[in-house]
Design a protein around this ligand. Structure first.
Ligand SMILES: NC(=O)c1ccc[n+]([C@@H]2O[C@H](COP(=O)([O-])OP(=O)(O)OC[C@H]3O[C@@H](n4cnc5c(N)ncnc54)[C@H](OP(=O)(O)O)[C@@H]3O)[C@@H](O)[C@H]2O)c1
Length: 298
């Protein structure tokens, strides 16, 4: 398949490239800068110049492809509503090119907006009052296309997609621990984050492209729920720092922008995804992956 991949220079997209190429697909990556174009060309990827806010460029990229994988996202934690609007407009642009074609569109979502306190499944609808609400309209836009002749599906990723090159929540926690001289969690720290290795996630994107069913929601979850206290303990031990609890009231002062996520208890299951796509995560779990020098050399 000729696959149009957005976010091809990103942490997850750059792992999807070799996964697709080694399965015999051709990849065209969205590049918004000369540096991105150079990186993609070196990875054996055809370059498509454009950007998320240039919907015509997205439409052209999708029109020229047999399928689309969308992982690009504007990670502006100060204005996630705007990032969500851009995401929804991008999905509409793909839809304009793909409606009625039966071609696949695989869109990245998350699990943080699913109901909390119990293990969420693929069949769960978003919690309109939960965090990461910006994902909800993107999910709706994707599922709407599934009813209009696009083999559109979602991959919900957990708060920690980990592995070499990680620059997500876990490295942010390491940075905060270094800055504060303390590796902290909130309350008893037994709230759980699901997680997946980026290479396992990349394989799931390929499987969804190849076999995904229109309207499906897939979960890229390997660890169903890692207690945040366990994450803090590995960080504290590796950095030689004390590990301690912070109250919910003190969380904003300690964790800054990460405060919204640090106390989340959003375990999630991928049983249906494994069954439906034959996906089986094989790489290290979060705690084993984190407990390596690579996470602490910065
Ligand atoms: N990493 C995680 O732990 C995690 C967890 C849950 C969900 N997710 C989701 O998974 C997806 C991929 O995440 P990631 O970790 O791979 O992100 P990332 O490493 O931050 O990469 C973001 C990608 O989006 C591109 N991008 C950003 N703004 C753009 C714009 N205006 N126009 C075109 N491209 C733009 C970037 O291109 P440049 O190279 O040009 O900047 C880059 O390729 C996102 O939806 C993210 O929210 C990630």
């Amino acid at each position: 398949m000729r696959v149009f991949l957005t976010g091809a220079t990103g942490f997850i997209g750059s792992a999807i490239i070799p996964e697709l190429l080694s399965a015999g697909h051709q990849v065209t990556g969205l590049a918004r800068s000369d540096a991105a174009a150079t990186t993609l060309a070196a990875a054996g990827v055809q370059v498509h110049r454009g950007a998320l806010d240039d919907v015509a460029s997205l439409q052209r990229g999708a029109a020229a492809a047999d399928g689309v994988i969308h992982t690009a996202f504007i990670h502006d934690f100060m204005d996630m509503a705007a990032a969500g609007r851009t995401d929804r407009a991008a999905i509409a642009a793909f839809g304009a090119a793909l409606v009625g074609s039966g071609r696949p569109l695989v869109v990245t979502s998350g699990t943080a907006h699913l109901p909390g306190g119990r293990s969420s499944t693929e069949d769960d609808a978003p919690d309109a009052n939960g965090p990461a609400r910006h994902r909800i309209s993107s999910e709706e836009a994707t599922l709407d296309l599934a009813g209009r002749g696009v083999r559109a599906c979602l991959i919900r990723l957990p708060p920690s997609v980990h592995g070499d090159g990680d620059h997500g929540f876990v490295p942010a926690l390491i940075g905060i621990a270094r800055a504060k001289g303390l590796s902290a969690y909130v309350g008893d720290g037994m709230n759980r984050w699901p997680a997946v290795h980026r290479l396992d996630a990349a394989r799931l994107f390929r499987l969804a492209l190849e076999q995904g069913v229109a309207g499906a929601r897939y979960h890229g979850i390997a660890d169903p729920g890692v207690p945040v206290r366990d994450i803090a303990e590995v960080i504290g031990r590796r950095l030689g720092l004390p590990v301690a609890s912070r109250s919910a009231q003190d969380a904003a002062g300690h964790f800054g922008w990460l405060a919204t996520f640090i106390a989340l208890d959003r375990p999630a299951s991928s049983a249906l995804t494994r069954q439906r796509l034959g996906w089986k995560p094989v790489h290290a779990g979060l705690l084993a992956d984190l407990d390596r020098p690579a996470y602490f050399t910065a």
